[in-house]
Ligand binder design. Structure first.
Ligand code: EPZ
Length: 434
């Protein structure tokens, strides 16, 4: 385990501009999707996060030629072979399951280690498997460690697939498998997240015929060829929402650039309900200094509802608000890894039959805390910026998976924050200020 940690000297007002990077939950699907092409694919606006580097490593093992510089990622899939992908290589990254759909769609077969990912409670892939089987693939998970998928000799055949639950990953994975299947595949009760639209845009620019993304019924007319293309990825709405929470919590006028209002309508509406004052423009939002925030109740839902990934960052912001509030995560009811850590910082917060309950007043004080997953880590950064004194966050590799240059971006806004490699702690000192 790497020894990095983030140290924050809290209580400082942040001002200025921050630019959101490309969407993590897009790029982790776009990279596997790129191998479906018979020519190079160029992705622009790619965030420099550890998930991208992990997927580059896997693609190179598979035989792809990669070039990544200044946010531009070129993937040449012409050397890609359908080789077994041992779980050891991929189980740190749940999104590696997209190689199941991509390899099945390209070669008619795939051997992929079962996914790992954040500890948000059980994260099954039964809906992915239901879709692959509906397309005619044989699927077996011998020894529970590796998934083996194989289409019939005649190839995958289109099907009508009803998703028992709205699932982002299953919707995308089935789309990847179906783009070259014979006939018209229909995915009913499909997820509607913006990242799904982004993947479909790439596929259609490669020559696929995917219709209806963004609605709950997606139709995919199989094609035989997919060519190369150039694609600019959408901004990361979860990163944007995290900076909006930080701006509302400790900002004295912060503008978040490269954010699309239509990706965050339910979240922005909740911030407005709390009394956060914002100016909303076409691709930026300015959060004005605000004083008395009102406590609100939050319930997460599939898009366009309130995003589960923003439940943890807004929990910390709500600790500034007056009153009593409840958060219910209907997607992952065990997404509560941040709660014990916020309690250690002095938050008046508890779990009551899977509801997160907060009551003001909350005076946060910095201490040593541990990030249990990506967005729990984000909520601890928000809390650390709010708290009096020094907060030290451990296990920050979770945070670096999904937030491009977060320490640099917050430093530019005036935060006193440092990423410290405890193996070389003397190299980085927190500027001691009065
Ligand atoms: C994606 O995960 C995101 N990850 C998650 O973001 C996000 O929280 C989640 O969607 C929900 O929006 C990526 O896009 C890489 P799901 P995914 O399939 O696809 C259940 C982050 O912080 N389910 O939409 O794995 C599942 O257990 C990460 O960036 C099944 O039961 O989520 C969950 O309760 C965390 N069977 C619900 O559906 C299945 O086969 C939604 O999961 C698949 C899912």
């Amino acid at each position: 385990m790497n020894m990095n940690k983030i140290i924050i000297h809290g209580g400082r007002p942040l001002t200025g501009k921050v630019t959101v990077s490309g969407a993590k939950n897009s790029i982790v699907a776009l990279m596997p999707a790129s191998i479906l092409a018979d020519e190079p694919v160029v992705l622009e606006g790619v965030p420099d996060i550890s998930d991208v580097h992990a997927l580059i490593n896997i693609l190179q093992i598979m035989g792809a030629k990669i070039h990544f510089a200044k946010g531009v990622l070129t993937i040449d899939p012409r050397g890609v072979k359908s080789i077994p992908m041992p779980s050891g290589k991929i189980n740190s990254l749940r999104a590696s399951y997209y190689f199941m759909g991509a390899l099945l769609g390209k070669f008619g077969k795939a051997v992929v280690g079962l996914p790992g990912g954040c500890n948000l409670g059980p994260r099954p892939i039964d809906l992915h498997i239901k879709g692959f089987k509906a397309l005619g693939a044989d699927v077996s998970d011998d020894n529970e460690d590796v998934m083996r998928l194989r289409a019939k000799a005649t190839g995958l055949v289109a099907s009508r697939i009803f998703m028992d639950m709205v699932s982002v990953g299953a919707t995308i994975n089935i789309m990847l498998a179906a783009v070259k299947a014979k006939g018209i595949t229909v995915i009913e009760n499909a997820a509607r997240e913006p990242e799904i639209i982004d993947v479909a845009t790439l596929l259609n620019n490669m020559g696929a015929k995917v219709y209806g993304v963004g609605t709950n019924e997606i139709r995919i007319e199989g094609v035989s060829e997919l060519h190369g293309t150039r694609h600019s990825i959408i901004p990361d709405r979860i990163e944007a929402g995290t900076y909006l929470a930080i701006a509302a919590a400790v900002g004295k006028g912060v503008t978040v650039n490269n954010v699309l209002y239509e990706h965050l309508e339910s979240y922005i509406s909740k911030l407005e309900e709390m009394g956060v004052q914002m100016t909303i423009r076409e691709d930026s939002i300015t959060v004005h200094p605000n004083h008395d925030l009102k406590m609100v109740n939050v319930k997460t839902y599939p898009h366009p509802g309130f995003a589960t990934d923003l439940q943890q960052p807004i929990t910390s912001l709500l600790l500034k608000a007056c009153g009593r509030g409840e958060l219910i995560d209907t997607i992952y009811e065990r997404r509560i890894g941040h709660i014990p850590e916020l309690k250690r910082m002095g938050a008046n917060i508890k779990i009551e039959d899977n509801h997160i309950v907060m009551t003001s007043p909350n005076e946060l004080v910095g201490t040593e805390v541990v990030a249990s997953d990506l967005r729990a880590g984000a909520s601890l950064i928000v809390a650390g910026l709010m708290a009096k004194g020094v907060t030290t966050i451990h296990n920050v590799e979770f945070i670096l998976r999904g937030y491009d240059r977060i320490v640099e971006k917050l430093t530019n806004l005036g935060a006193d924050i440092a990423l410290v490699d405890t193996n070389n702690i003397d190299k980085v000192k927190i500027k001691e200020r009065g």
